[in-house]
Write a new protein. Sequence first.
Length: 205
Amino acid sequence: MIPALLDHLVLATPDLAATVADFARRTGVTPAPGGAHVGLGTRNHLVGLGGDSYLEIVGPDPEQAAPPGSRPLWPAGLTAPRTLAWAIRPPDLDAAVAAARARGHDPGEVRPMSRRRPDGTLLRWRLTDGTHPSGLVPFLIDWGTSAHPATGLPVTPLRSLSASAPDPDRVRPLLSALGVDLPLSTGPAGLAVTLETPRGPVTLG
């Protein structure tokens, strides 16, 4: 199942170059360089998931110093690639935040971010900064007038997105407050992503 409003999935890694190379080996598709998140100490590579959705592979940027605080969405002690989070793109970000709060879930404050593509294009967006510790509840994003990052990317279509949680019934109301559905089973907290690739289906944890 592919959730409605899906914007992107976040695959975090402690070694960006190694993870991009491994993704290319497993799928036969090489993710495109995205750009640096200046001041956050990270950069990314991207691959399309079909339509206006994409997979972001993000890791430490060797050309930047580590930020003084923790990186956004970044868990302490990350030692291997992991799908940490996902984002949805509602038609009206501010209205979606207000509606979620009225239903009992606070997605967090909305804050601006930006990054510069390798070709020099500056992308600007707004997103909510309240992420659920499990990563199972999406954050919200609005690209404003910037070109959507999925445009022109190499593509590995998303076959399915599912999740597990120790207590799924605690997560379902939060998803419902955002108007999204995600298949949930009982188990350790985590997202499972399966892609269609030239080398067959590939699942990312």
